[in-house]
Design a protein around this ligand. Structure first.
Ligand code: GSH
Length: 225
């Protein structure tokens, strides 16, 4: 049985990527959640970071490497059509290696609703690129997912962005906003969100990041332990 090490569902955007991919593709796995500030991640992950996938003797770290490891064993991780597959891989890699302003200015915290202090030019540029990328994929491959009719790793890599859009009320065009809503409505995303809201852990570093991002409008999480 595959073991997927993750951290707090409220905060851990990198953990969400392989988790939602495994869940949407119905690949059986065991989830092991270690909260930030708990046992050191070094005890199971070579980089001391999550996610980390363990398959018997094989350890795979880095979310993109985990997606590729799964793609070697399971159909559907990437689209079957070669052009769609190339596009999906490019989009996932772009997310993996970019969108720094969006990631820094709008840290994931599923249970919060925040009004951003400002939309810096770098954040505006990331949102413009995100909108164009999503519009292109949806138009070119016909939706409802980014690279066609089925959920693939490209969607998994943008799943945390859907939570960021929800938390910060980020403005997007109609097609991109509808796609974000579709991601949020997926059963696996609903399960992740429900578990995130039930968490009673609070990690000071992550709490600071969201405090710096804007004005807190609402905290829907269970009270802190
Ligand atoms: N590029 C890595 C990023 C992993 C990452 O930064 N994970 C965060 C949690 S969302 C982490 O483990 N942080 C712990 C730390 O930096 O000590 C991936 O794709 O898996």
């Amino acid at each position: 049985m595959l073991i997927l090490h993750i951290a707090n569902k409220n905060y851990s955007s990198w953990s969400l990527r392989p988790w939602v991919l495994l869940s949407e593709l119905a690949i059986p796995f065991e989830e092991r959640l270690t909260p930030f500030g708990g046992a050191p991640f070094q005890s199971f992950s070579p980089t001391g970071k999550v996610p980390c996938l363990v398959d018997g003797e094989v350890v795979v770290w880095e979310s993109l490497a985990i997606a590729e490891y799964l793609a070697e064993r399971h159909a559907g991780v990437w689209p079957a059509d070669a052009a769609a597959r190339a596009w999906a891989r490019s989009a996932a890699a772009e997310m993996h290696a970019g969108f720094f302003a969006l990631r820094n200015a709008c840290p994931m915290s599923c249970g919060l609703r925040v009004r951003p202090h400002a939309f810096a030019p770098a954040l505006e540029a990331d949102l413009t690129r995100l909108d164009a990328l999503w519009r292109e994929g949806l138009a070119r491959f016909g939706g409802p997912f980014l690279a066609g009719p089925a959920f693939t790793a490209a969607d998994a890599f943008f799943a945390p962005v859907a939570f960021r859009i929800q938390t910060y009320g980020l403005p997007l065009g109609e097609a991109a906003a509808a796609y974000a809503s579709r991601l949020l409505a997926l059963p696996s995303m609903q399960r992740w969100q429900a578990a995130a809201l039930a968490e009673t852990w609070r990690d000071p570093a992550h709490e600071d990041e969201t405090r710096q991002a804007g004005v807190l409008l609402e905290d829907r999480r269970a009270p802190a332990a």
